[in-house]
Design a protein around this ligand. Structure first.
Ligand code: GLU
Length: 448
């Protein structure tokens, strides 16, 4: 079984979504089930309803799962396992105070050596600290594992010192809860972010110890740690401060789920085609071919992909996504696609066109307002129903307004679209004619 294990402690990050997508693809390819495990044991950092938001986002992205587990439901098992490890001497109580450990850290810093925990410290403060933590006994042997992306990763014994598995309040630490659950659910393959590489040896040690105390064979999990996604400009890890790192933000900006999936699957990969959907990628994606180098987040490429995916939508799909009350408006949206790349941009153009026009907002010269208003009044006298094509309309409108050239076309564009630049007016005319009562309307002409 594979698992995606999000923490409900913040907005879903694109790095998490990438892990979810690749877990989904690999689970499909290996025909193994996929579990979603909400890692909600850090109660202080949990945000209410984030779990639901995460599950909804996964569904929106087309990711389905076979089993859903809340880690908090397993805490009794974590504590039970910790007790077994204590009973068999693979774990021990440690009474060190935070102050003592801080002192040791400072000393290590001064002596320019890495801080390591020594098992001999465990009982030094037994008198002053009656609330011990539980530590798993570290390893005296080196440990390595083969990462599917990074190759062999090696840890020396001095890097594998004893570490905390139960806090003083008897709550499990992240590494312990995670490794216990991976053990319980027989997780065979873990795909997650590179930031977890340093947790992996701890989790392997926990799993080995659990196999020993529970008397079962230990099976090494296959690991793949995904490289970081960096901010395009700064080259630093995309953090919460980068708006584009939030999946919800990208969707709100009008990127389609299939474009975001296409983009994240393409990161650090050479796909056989540029534009594809999640389902298709299951046929050819090969995790072993993913680049081990960090990838830069390229919004321009995501926009390009989104434009391609938007162009593939049917009129019905566009109408639904843009919540349009008429199929013809979806046709218009298709036209606007010529110079738009997101749903939000399309919505902006449609809204500008179907809202009363604020002719005082445009500052194209002194007479602009007068020309607009004059043209508007002239258009009121025309019967658009009889002016079938743009050429006829244009002639009639010029005649009625006595305006020509720039003085005619610039105001006309504003009256048609609410914007100073855009598509050819002849392309837009059929829509203006069909929806004249919605489009040829001025905003607050009184009081001018
Ligand atoms: N809850 C951890 C996270 O969101 C899970 C890491 C893992 O996949 O093991 O980063």
């Amino acid at each position: 079984m594979l698992r995606f294990a999000p923490s409900p402690t913040g907005d879903m990050h694109i790095g998490n979504l990438r892990a979810a997508l690749l877990n989904f693809i690999v689970a499909k390819q290996l025909q193994r089930p996929l579990m979603v495990r909400i890692e909600d044991t850090d109660t202080a950092r949990n945000i209410p309803h984030k779990d639901q938001e995460i599950l909804e986002l996964l569904s929106t992205m087309g990711i389905s799962w076979d089993q859903l587990v809340y880690q908090s439901a397993n805490v009794a098992t974590h504590i039970e396992y910790a007790q077994k490890l204590l009973d068999q001497g693979l774990a021990f109580y440690c009474h060190c105070t935070l102050e003592f450990l801080e002192e040791q850290k400072q000393r290590a810093l001064q002596e320019k050596r890495p801080f390591r925990y020594h098992d001999a410290w465990a009982f030094l403060q037994q008198q002053s600290n009656p609330h011990p933590v539980v530590r798993l006994r570290g390893s005296t042997q080196a440990l390595d594992f083969t990462d599917q992306i990074k190759g062999v990763i090696h840890f020396e014994p001095h890097e594998l010192d004893s570490f905390v598995i139960l806090r003083a309040d008897k709550t499990p630490t992240y590494n312990f809860a995670c490794a216990c659950d991976d053990f319980t659910y027989k997780i065979s393959y873990i795909i997650r972010g590179e930031d977890h590489v340093s947790n992996t040896p701890k989790q392997i040690l926990i799993q080995k110890a659990l196999a020993q105390v529970l008397g079962v064979a230990y099976h090494q999990i296959t690991y793949a740690h995904l490289p970081l996604i960096l901010n395009h400009e700064t080259g630093k890890k995309m953090s919460k401060r980068d708006a584009a790192s939030s999946v919800s933000w990208l969707l709100q900006q009008g990127f389609l789920p299939q474009s975001v999936a296409n983009y994240l699957i393409s990161l650090g990969y050479s796909p056989p085609k540029d534009v594809f959907d999640l389902e298709e990628s299951c046929a050819w994606f090969n995790l072993a071919k993913l680049s081990g180098a960090n990838a830069r987040f390229d919004l321009a490429y995501l926009r390009h992909l989104n434009h391609k995916h938007l162009s593939k939508l049917t009129l019905e799909e566009l109408q639904t996504l843009l919540k349009l009350d008429h199929p013809s408006k979806a046709k218009l949206a298709q036209l606007f696609l010529e110079d738009s790349s997101t749903l939000q941009e399309l919505q902006g153009k449609l809204k500008a066109m179907f809202s009363p026009k604020d002719i005082r907002q445009d500052y194209e010269g002194e007479n602009f307002y007068d020309h607009c208003y004059h043209l508007y009044r002239a258009l009121q006298t025309l019967n658009l129903g009889q002016l079938e094509d743009f050429t006829h309309f244009k002639q009639a409108a010029m005649q009625a307004s006595q305006l020509k050239g720039k003085d005619f076309f610039k105001p006309l564009r504003i009256l048609f679209t609410g914007q100073a630049h855009g598509l050819e007016l002849s392309l837009l005319y059929p829509f203006v004619r069909a929806f004249a009562s919605e489009i040829l309307v001025l905003k607050d002409v009184h009081g001018s």
